[in-house]
Design a protein around this ligand. Structure first.
Ligand SMILES: O=C(N[C@@H](O)C(=O)O)c1ccccc1
Length: 329
């Protein structure tokens, strides 16, 4: 009964020629102002246990930056490449977002830097010091994502694997404020504490910033203006790790979780939630295989969903089942 809108179920589009893109580890996905799909991938570089020393210094600097284009803009239906940029810049791509002018905002966890690139890949802003981790105003430590406020151009950085903070900047990259602190491993994590702030969404209507608090397996939402904690969204179905989130103006919040590192395993899957109530509307997974490490998610207004799996070096597309055959009941 398609009348009950919330009841629709997302199913994977299986005849989607994604192999032809020859993607490496897919770390980030985004949409541009025309709902073209943006893919951020690592080409022939991989993040594995030898990539960093215990001071978070990227080890294989000598191999140089990825020579392939790391940022593809593709037609979401036939995967035709419309734009390919980001060659000879990045070592370990991580998060990608776009703004209303179709600029690319990306993070690189090896460089510990945040970049604003124009649609031709030209440098418009670079924050952080190449290969130098840190936690002051001029350094990040494996920054994970960026979100831009469309109303005023302020932007937010989730920093990162080896920091536990959100930093707010003016449009030209001036530090405005920051919030967040490390979770105490022993006790229940408090509001405003993070254990890998991993993915960001800006919710324009409500002027909120929400964070996928990855290893705490939860979403935290804050007042964008001040960083004041507003609420947490958590479901047992998330298991212990929540990797990425995406918001659509229809008021839906999308998420992907990760496999449990300890304890009994949980299904790795996608979630569709009602943003204001937090309730789960749908749970979805690939048609045949399992997700390995769904690392980023982006949803379009028409409820098409794209997921980048960084371990499977795969990109997957999902559409609401009723859109497969319009049932007029
Ligand atoms: O989580 C990891 N990576 C992903 O987030 C990613 O961005 O690739 C990771 C953890 C341990 C060792 C190596 C990689």
């Amino acid at each position: 009964d398609t009348e009950h809108k919330g009841a629709s179920h997302l199913e994977e589009v299986i005849d989607w020629p994604v192999e032809e893109l020859q993607l490496g580890q897919v770390s980030g996905v985004a949409l541009d102002s025309k709902d073209n799909l943006i893919i951020f991938h690592r080409g022939n570089h991989v993040w594995d246990e030898n990539s960093f020393d215990r001071k978070h210094i990227y080890q294989p600097q000598g191999i140089g930056p990825i020579q392939q284009s790391t940022i593809f803009t593709v037609d979401p239906v036939n995967l035709k490449i419309l734009n390919a940029v980001g060659r000879n810049i990045f070592y370990l791509p991580h998060g990608i977002s776009t703004d209303k002018d179709d600029n690319f905002w990306v993070t690189d966890v090896a460089l510990h830097q945040v970049f604003k690139l124009g649609s031709k890949g030209e440098y418009l802003l670079i924050l952080g010091q190449a290969f130098q981790p840190g936690s002051d105003k001029d350094h990040f430590c494996q920054p994970t994502d960026v979100a831009v406020d469309p109303a005023n151009g302020n932007f937010y950085v989730s920093d990162g694997y080896c920091n536990s903070r959100i930093i707010k900047y003016s449009p030209d990259g001036k530090f405005i404020t920051q919030w967040g602190e490390e979770s105490s491993l022993s006790r229940i994590p408090k509001p405003g504490q993070f254990f890998i702030p991993h993915s960001l969404v800006f919710v324009p209507g409500l002027r909120q910033l929400c964070v996928a608090d990855r290893e705490n397996g939860r979403i935290q939402c804050f007042v964008a203006e001040s960083g004041e904690f507003l609420r947490e969204i958590h479901h047992p179905e998330f298991g212990g790790r929540l990797f990425a989130i995406s918001y659509t103006p229809g008021g839906r919040l999308y998420a992907v979780n990760g496999e449990a590192l300890v304890g009994n395993s949980v299904p790795v899957q996608g979630f569709v939630m009602n943003f204001s109530t937090g309730e789960i509307l749908d749970i979805f997974k690939p048609a045949k295989e399992n997700f390995l490490m769904p690392h980023d998610i982006v949803a379009a207004d028409d409820r098409t969903v794209y997921i980048g799996d960084v371990q499977a070096s795969r990109l997957r597309k999902f559409i609401p089942s009723e859109s497969k055959c319009e049932l007029i009941l």
